[in-house]
Each structure stands twice: as structure tokens, then as C-alpha cells.
Write a new protein. Structure first.
Lengths: 439, 324
């Protein structure tokens, strides 16, 4: 504990306020007064690695022709960027283009930070699966972003250890539970997987697969269904497994978790298409020993998956060149050369359907060199993504998830009670802000 | 004042004319304000203004209508004391304060006790390798809090910790340090490890300032080293002890780094474990800067009252003792 004379509280208050000013200073488009025909300069906030190289393609190619120059400003990922965008927007100085996760779009739109780019995105819609595109329209006629990458969920398992313990790859969640129990009997120190409460996206994706609709609209009111029947089913399923000790209850992404994956103490992981990247760093010694299969289903014969992660490119209302920015956003996520570069430089899994099987995705990821048809399967699975339903305070629901489910996982107590807490907090927050809420 | 010195104050264009007494007086009166100006401006810009803005925000809230989509659906309105009543009735904030109280009850006595002990030991005549030992005890303070917490976090995780490896090999029980009561010990340990050195230096410095004659007199009177330590050294460094206690209370109330860093490693630390974590979570996790501002103001007030209350009580006691 460093002992500081100055009150750290005051310091952090100042940091908040100064942060707003500093962010405002980062906005760039205030000195541009040229008409739309003249040269246009755009700023793009993104966390995607290697994005500057992809943008160079634009600046030297179509951008040069149209005199639209894009500058990348590298940012922190996910929720941190949402806060930053909102703060900058408050000062009227948000950048022209931002990267935003799908579940953050309603929050950004409800703060009036994102522009409707429906008239400038042309035929981009045809390049995406309906379920993906629908997330950028929020069910309205407007278009608030162009999808960039998606995270269809899959089941990853240690092929060699499944053989060793004589386990079959589970096709349904019932089989999944049986597999976990069977493994526990065969090797008490080994877990099939863990229920981690530190990434809300995983649970949201699992609920989505089960058919949950967490936020829907009824007229001018939001209806929150976080504790709907489908979500309860998912919560109870995982809660029971944790309670009986069939799976572990410790969080993911810790040194202990890495070690468990690397040494075969945990032999499966419910994850998404980006898992090879995570496994490469978390479990380097087990390269080539993993295999991917579709997510287990709730009833045999079904074929559905959820999504975990994925993001889009949006244009802000503060931008003075919204049409130009929309043009770039559409190019970035639908142009073949751009998508190739995104796959190569940034390692993303594209949302555009035809890009999922082309070029960079003909060979499996290096970590999965043993599974030649990795990306062919992934593209098939991506098609089966269940529709998702996001609302204006996903951040509140996600925060409550971490605390409520973290506590429930630790105590091995009722997960449905934790789900109800999540529902109540989310509804209370909507009401507090003044949103119309349908009970 | 000599005339030679006065010349240097000479007015431009009239190097030889002496300024009239009234102008000198006026200038002398305004000079302090002039010298204060930079400090006042900086204080206003970077201290008073942000605090004022935080206060203003704490009385505001956001008002959304309908679905809240599209422009103009969201506006900022006056909230009165709503944010404050919400904060004070929020059980999570009170629970956080209680958790921090429990944590402080371990950290402050242990850290200051060790700091005093080390300072007294270093100050004794018999100590060897004093400069090295002093540096070794102080060094952890130089390590940033987040790095220290990360370091200890790894050591607390059974699967990667060498301690657990040894305990396992010896067949000894392996306590889970990241859960329940032991979690408080685990967090306190990081704070004690990092803070003892700093407090030790403060106490040690004031020990060094005690004149040697005092010890000489005590020795002539036949006092043992232990008696010298208890009856002379500790009372004479009482003011430093008060100071370190004061710093420690403030730092404890504002604990943030350690639990935030340990949070991803365990289910036991919630995002609102300490009051400051709750402020951070509300401001940046939930995006409600208004509620966060109100909570921040409350925490600042409590810190102010507690620390200055303690300082006044301590001062009164020292004055009474001096009067005796």
C-alpha cells in the first residue's frame, strides 16, 4: 500500500474530469470545414491489432481516389472504449469512426453517439447473415454500424485425453453433464471445464443459444428477459454441475487456468471461433492435441449456437463527414482485399459470410493443424447463430453478472437466484434512468 | 535598508530616482499575492475546479424518455439529494466500508508495529549492516502497488505458487488464501509488505533527530537499552507515529489497487469490494458518473472527518502532556 499524502480520491476525481478534457482534445474533426467534395480526413478509434496496415490499403487505394484519408488511433478494447467514446461525445468531440462490440451498440445509440448510416451503406447488408446484420439495426429501419467480426461459439476439447478417458464428444448438454461426471469418476483431479464468472459474454452466448431474448421492445418500452425460461435453464444447468462438483468453479484467464489447460487438468473449453489464439498463449504445450466441435445442443436434432465477442465499425454523430466515414466502414468490412488483410494482419474472423471460407481461411489455424476443415466447420457453425437481443444497459447486466455469479460459483449456491439478481438490477437501472420498462 | 540595495529596485527610465515610500509600500503589499499567483491558479484549475465539477455532477442525473433511442431522448436534469440518499442506503457501499474497516484493523497495527520495531532495531548501537537492512526493508515501497499485488497474487494461487508446492511436498495443509477470512490476511500482507518500509523511514528519521545527550543521561542513570527504547525513544517519536498513523488511515480508506488486481484471480473479490472500487465501477462499468460523484464526495468527507478528527485528538493529547 503506497502511502500518499494527497488524497487519492481527489486525484481520481480530477482524473475523471481531466480525462474528459484530454479525450476531447483527441477528437480531430473540428478543424475541418471543407465541403464534402474536398479532401476529407477521418479519425478511427479501434483496438484491432494491425488495423493501421489495413487502413493503409484504403489510404493508398480507394481512399486516395476519393480523397478520404483515415487515421487509426489505437484504443483499449471493449467496455473501456465505450466509456471513452461516451465521454468524448459529451464534449462533442468523438472521432468519426469507432469500433464497438455488438452488445454496446444500444448503449451508444441511446446516448445519441452513433449516426444512422443506412443510406450510405449500399448493398452491404447482403454480405452478412441476417442475425448478424439485425444487431446493427436494433430492429429499426436505421443502420448504426457495419459488422466486422463475429464470435460463433464452439466446443473445444483435448482429443487425446478424451480418448484416454474413453469419453465421447457431447452432442447435447445432457451428454455434456454425463461426460463431466464420467471424467470425474475416471480421474477425480481432472475437470472437464470450469464455470467462470469473470466474462459475462460467455454466459450471454450460452443463454442466446438456448433461445433467451434478454432485451426486447414493446412499443415505447423495454422488456427485460434476463431471467426468462431459457436463461434459467442455462443457469440451473451450470449451477447444478458446479454444486455437485462435476466441473470447477474458478475463473478463466488466470495463471492457474492457463496451467490447468496446459497440463491437462482441464480438458475442454466452451469458447468461440477465436479460441485458437487464446489457447496458443494459454496452453502452448498442447498444440495439435485439441479439436473443435459444434456446441452441445439443448435437444437432439437442433443445430444452434450463440456468439461470444465480435464487433462492428460505427460512425459517430459528431463526425462532420458521416457519408465518407460510412463509405470507409462499408469498404473495410465488405471489400475482399480489406477482409483478406483483416484476416492476415489482425487475425479476426470476418462477419462477411463469403470471406469466412476464402483466402486466409482455407487452412486451419496453426494451433489446430490437426483439424484440416477447421474453418469450413466454423463457417457452417456461424450460419447457425441464434438471434441476439441487446439493450441499452448491457454494461449494468454484465457487471451484476460478475458479482452475482462470482458469489454463487464460490459458494456453489443457486445460480437461478444470481440470475434473478441480474434481472432485478438491470430493470432497476433502466427505471432509474427513466426508460420505459414493461413488466 | 541601504541606498545601494534600493537602487536595484529602481523604476525603469529613472534609474537614479528613488521610489516614493508609498509606491514601495504598495508594491510590498501586492508582492506576496503576485508570488502566490501561480500556486493559486494551479490550485484553482487542477484542484478546486474539478472538485467543484464533481460536486455539481453529484446533484445531477440523467433522464431518458421511452426507449431512449435517437437524438434528444436523453437529458441531464437536477437530482437534488437523490444520488446521496441512494449512496447512503446502498448496502453494497456500506458493506464495502465494513470490509475495508476489517482490512484496516489488520493492516494499520501490523504495519506500524513492524515499522516501529524495525526503526528501533536499526537505531540501536548493536545493529550490523544497517544501511543494507534499511534499504532492503524500504525497497518494497518502491515497487508499484499494482505490480506488488500481481506478484503476490501469483504466489497465492495454489496451482502456480512455489509455497503451495512446498506445502504439498511436505504433506502440510494448503489454505485457500483467496477466500473468506484468509483473503483479508492475503490483502493485508500485500499492504504491510509494501508500506512498512516507508513508515519505518519516517520513524527512523525522527529517532536520528533525538540529541545524543538524552541517551547519555539515561545511560548514566542506569537505563537498559530496552528502557531507553520504551521510555525515551517511543515517547520522543510520538509525533511521527501520529503522522504515519494518519497517512495509513487515509491509504486504507482508499484501498483500490490490491483488491482490483486480485479480482480476476478469484470469485471472492467482487467489483465493489472496497468503496473506491464501487465508485470506479459505477462511473466506468455502469456509466453512471452522477452516482459515482456523490459516492466520491461522501468518501472524501468521511476520510476528512476521520483523519482530521484523529489528528486533533492526537494533538490535544500531546499538548496536554507537554503542559504537565
Amino acid at each position: 500500500m503506497p502511502i500518499t499524502k494527497r488524497s487519492r480520491l481527489v486525484a481520481s476525481t480530477i482524473a475523471v474530469v481531466l480525462g474528459a478534457t484530454a479525450l476531447a482534445a483527441c477528437g480531430s474533426s473540428d478543424d475541418e470545414t471543407e465541403a464534402e467534395s474536398g479532401p476529407v480526413s477521418l479519425t478511427y478509434w479501434t483496438w484491432t491489432p494491425g488495423m493501421d496496415k489495413v487502413v493503409d490499403l484504403w489510404n493508398d487505394g480507394p481512399g486516395k481516389k476519393d480523397q478520404i484519408k483515415v487515421t487509426v488511433k489505437k484504443q483499449a478494447s471493449g467496455d473501456t472504449l465505450v466509456t471513452k467514446i461516451l465521454t468524448a461525445h459529451k464534449a462533442g468531440k468523438a472521432p468519426d469512426l469507432v469500433q464497438a462490440e455488438y452488445q454496446a451498440l444500444p448503449t451508444l445509440v441511446s446516448n445519441d453517439a452513433l449516426a444512422d448510416i443506412s443510406k450510405d451503406t449500399g448493398e452491404a447488408k447482403t454480405r452478412f447473415a441476417d442475425g448478424v446484420w439485425q444487431q446493427t439495426t436494433l430492429g429499426t429501419d436505421a443502420v448504426y454500424a457495419v459488422p466486422q467480426d463475429i464470435g460463433p461459439m464452439m466446443f473445444y476439447y483435448r482429443e487425446d485425453l478424451f480418448k484416454k478417458y474413453k469419453l465421447d464428444v457431447p452432442k447435447t448438454w445432457d451428454e455434456f453433464a454425463e461426460t463431466a461426471r464420467k471424467l470425474k469418476k475416471a480421474s477425480p483431479d481432472t475437470d472437464l471445464t470450469t464455470f467462470s464468472a469473470n466474462d459475462s459474454g460467455l454466459f450471454a452466448g450460452l443463454a442466446q443459444q438456448a433461445g433467451a431474448q434478454w432485451w426486447t421492445t414493446e412499443g415505447q418500452k423495454w422488456k427485460v428477459g434476463i431471467n426468462d425460461a431459457a436463461s434459467q435453464k442455462v443457469a440451473k444447468f451450470w449451477g447444478d454441475l458446479v454444486k455437485e462438483g462435476a466441473i470447477d468453479n474458478q475463473p478463466m484467464y488466470t495463471p492457474a487456468w492457463n496451467k490447468a489447460l496446459n497440463t491437462g487438468k482441464q480438458i475442454a473449453w466452451v469458447s468461440a471461433v477465436w479460441a485458437p489464439g487464446t489457447l496458443t498463449t494459454a496452453a502452448p504445450d498442447t498444440k495439435g492435441k485439441w479439436a473443435m466441435a459444434p456446441l452441445p445442443q439443448w435437444s437432439g436434432g437442433e443445430n444452434l449456437t450463440g456468439s461470444w465477442g465480435g464487433s462492428s465499425t460505427a460512425v459517430t454523430t459528431d463526425s462532420k463527414h458521416q457519408a465518407a466515414a460510412a463509405k470507409f466502414a462499408a469498404w473495410l468490412n465488405t471489400d475482399d482485399a480489406a477482409l483478406q488483410a483483416l484476416a492476415k494482419e489482425s487475425g479476426i474472423y470476418p462477419a462477411a459470410t463469403n470471406a469466412q471460407t476464402s483466402g486466409a481461411f482455407t487452412n486451419p489455424p496453426e494451433y489446430f493443424s490437426n483439424q484440416a476443415d477447421f474453418y469450413t466447420q466454423a463457417a457452417e457453425i456461424a450460419k447457425s447463430t441464434a438471434p441476439s437481443a441487446w439493450g441499452p444497459n448491457v454494461n449494468v447486466a454484465y457487471t451484476t453478472f460478475k458479482d452475482a455469479f462470482g458469489m454463487a460459483a464460490k459458494d456453489k449456491s443457486d445460480f437461478v437466484a444470481a440470475l434473478n439478481t441480474m434481472q432485478d438490477d438491470t430493470v432497476a437501472d433502466l427505471k432509474k434512468q427513466g426508460f420505459g420498462v414493461s413488466e | 535598508m541601504t541606498s545601494a540595495r534600493r537602487k536595484s529596485y529602481g523604476v525603469k527610465g529613472a534609474p537614479y530616482a528613488l521610489p516614493s515610500p508609498t509606491t514601495t509600500l504598495k508594491r510590498a503589499r501586492s508582492a506576496p499575492y503576485f508570488f502566490l499567483l501561480p500556486a493559486v491558479v494551479l490550485f484553482a484549475l487542477f484542484f478546486a475546479l474539478p472538485i467543484g465539477y464533481a460536486l455539481w455532477l453529484s446533484f445531477r442525473k440523467v433522464k431518458v424518455s421511452g426507449l431512449g433511442l435517437g437524438s434528444g431522448a436523453r437529458s441531464e436534469v437536477w437530482a437534488g439529494l437523490e444520488n446521496y440518499t441512494d449512496a447512503l442506503t446502498d448496502s453494497e457501499l456500506v458493506d464495502g466500508a465494513l470490509r475495508v474497516l476489517g482490512y484496516g484493523c489488520i493492516v494499520v497495527p501490523v504495519m506500524l508495529g513492524l515499522a516501529l520495531l524495525f526503526a528501533l532495531m536499526l537505531d540501536s548501537d548493536k545493529v550490523r549492516l544497517a544501511p543494507f537492512t534499511r534499504l532492503a526493508i524500504f525497497l518494497p515501497y518502491a515497487i508499484p502497488g499494482v505490480v506488488a499485488a500481481l506478484l503476490w497474487g501469483f504466489l497465492y494461487l495454489p496451482d502456480v505458487s512455489p509455497f503451495y508446492f512446498v506445502l504439498d511436498k511436505l504433506g502440510l495443509p494448503q489454505p485457500d488464501l483467496l477466500d473468506g477470512g484468509p483473503l483479508y490476511l492475503a490483502l493485508s500482507n500485500i499492504a504491510v509488505w509494501g508500506g512498512t518500509g516507508f513508515n519505518m523511514i519516517v520513524i527512523y528519521t525522527s529517532l536520528q533527530a533525538i540529541p545524543a545527550e538524552v541517551y547519555e543521561a539515561a545511560k548514566l542513570d542506569g537505563a537498559t537499552p530496552l528502557q531507553i527504547a520504551l521510555r525515551i525513544k517511543i515517547p520522543m517519536v510520538a509525533s511521527s507515529l501520529v503522522l504515519t498513523f494518519f497517512f495509513s488511515i487515509i491509504a486504507t480508506l482508499q484501498v483500490f489497487n490490491e483488491p482490483t488486481t486480485l479480482k480476476p484471480l478469484t470469485n471472492s473479490v467482487s467489483t465493489t469490494w472496497s468503496p473506491l472500487m464501487k465508485v470506479y465501477q459505477d462511473a466506468f462499468g455502469k456509466g453512471d458518473i452522477y452516482a459515482a460523484a456523490a459516492q466520491a464526495v461522501i468518501i472524501a468527507l468521511v476520510t476528512l472527518v476521520l483523519s482530521f478528527g484523529f489528528l486533533r485528538a492526537a494533538n490535544r493529547r500531546t499538548k496536554q502532556e507537554a503542559a504537565r
